[in-house]
Design a protein around this ligand. Structure first.
Ligand code: SF4
Length: 241
């Protein structure tokens, strides 16, 4: 059984092509800008059988085309790696592309096995500076870097993702550090800059949780373009998602 928060059909923002995106429950980070704060608790969501999700994916297979498939996002999927191994094995048996969206904080035997059945990893890097990372997420970025090293070692196709928050993660030195750190990772196919948005803000009110980025504005086009231009020299492809 997988603890599922929600689904998105025909998703176009989480991996290649058209995708069924499954948002799972539970995360050990507590990002200030988390757009799905209701996925953080491990107790929410609904227990769902692997068979049910595979059937859902099969029913949408015609729309996936050559590139699309299933993305598991969250929350943090690796917390449920044991169940996801079963799901990804079943999806691969159906010829369906698998994509794992992760913060890279958890690595263990099960996660290593899960990665054997993962076509693309979307690795979310929150900040390069350890203190800033801790401020944003509540946790260290050490594990994320080790996770990235493992993906490089195993040559697992990876898309790096970076949320650009004005004043919080868009410092020039942070972007340059991101580029310098990952420039020789040949497994990284692209860097996606994710614009900061406040779409999840209303959920904080519902959860009675303070929204700490109250006064942070969305990115301007110029800020996004500046970051993109700054990062282009380091990666094969840089996209604002
Ligand atoms: S890692 Fe993702 S799901 Fe977890 S708190 Fe951060 S933004 Fe939310």
């Amino acid at each position: 059984m997988l603890r599922v928060h929600s689904y998105e059909s025909m998703g176009t923002h989480d991996g290649p092509g058209l995708r069924l995106v499954v948002f799972v429950q539970g995360c050990r980070f507590n990002c200030l800008y988390c757009a799905n704060p209701d996925t953080i608790s491990t107790t929410g969501g609904k227990n769902t059988s692997i068979e049910e999700i595979v059937a859902m994916a099969k029913s949408q297979k015609a729309f996936f085309g050559k590139k699309g498939g299933v993305t598991i996002s969250g929350g943090e999927p690796t917390l449920q790696a044991a169940e996801l191994i079963k799901l990804f094995k079943a999806l691969k048996a159906e010829g369906i592309n698998t994509c794992l969206d992760t913060n890279g904080n958890n690595m263990n035997e099960e996660v290593r096995e899960l990665l054997e059945y993962t076509d693309i990893v979307l690795l979310d890097v929150k900040h390069m500076n350890p203190e800033q990372h801790k401020y944003i997420t509540g946790r260290s970025n050490d594990n994320t870097f080790k996770f990235a090293d493992y993906l490089k070692e195993k040559n697992i196709k990876t898309w790096l993702r970076y949320v650009l928050v004005p004043g919080l993660s868009d410092q020039e030195e942070a972007l340059i550090a991101l580029g310098e750190h990952f420039k020789d990772f040949n497994n990284i196919e692209r860097l996606e800059i994710l614009p900061y948005h406040t779409l999840g803000k209303h959920k904080y009110e519902v959860l009675n949780k303070p929204y700490k980025l109250e006064n942070v504005p969305s990115n301007t086009e110029e800020q996004l373009e500046r970051a993109q231009n700054m990062l282009k020299p380091y990666f094969k492809y840089v996209q604002v998602n």
